[in-house]
Design a protein. Structure first.
Length: 95
C-alpha cells in the first residue's frame, strides 16, 4: 500500500477517516495512530478496529490547527488530505 517497509513499525496517518488504511495493515505493524477532525469518522474507525480485532491501532481527534503531542513514528503518511488544509496550517504540520 505505502511502498515503504511497514512490518513491525509504528505508523501514523493524518486524515485517517474511518480508519480503513490502518486497520488493513494492523496485523503487520507494531502500532498505529490515526488522526482526523471528523468525530463521526473516528467513531466508525474505533468500531471497525474493534470488529476486526485491530487492538494495536487507535484513533484520535484533531482540531485542524493545534497538533497534539504524539509519540515517535517510523512511518508517517497522509492520503488526499493536504489539498484540503489551508496552506498556513499545512506548513505548520510539516514543520
Amino acid at each position: 500500500m505505502l511502498g515503504v517497509p511497514i512490518d513491525n513499525r509504528r505508523v501514523f496517518e493524518l486524515g485517517t477517516g474511518v480508519g480503513g488504511n490502518l486497520i488493513s495493515i494492523a496485523n503487520r505493524i507494531e502500532s498505529g495512530v490515526g488522526l482526523d477532525i471528523n468525530n463521526l469518522f473516528l467513531y466508525q474507525a474505533r468500531n471497525l478496529a474493534w470488529a476486526f480485532h485491530a487492538d494495536n491501532v487507535k484513533f484520535l481527534w484533531y482540531d485542524g490547527i493545534t497538533f497534539p503531542h504524539l509519540d515517535k513514528f517510523d512511518v508517517i503518511f497522509s492520503i488526499n488530505v493536504f489539498e484540503r488544509i489551508p496552506k498556513n496550517n499545512a506548513l505548520k504540520i510539516l514543520d
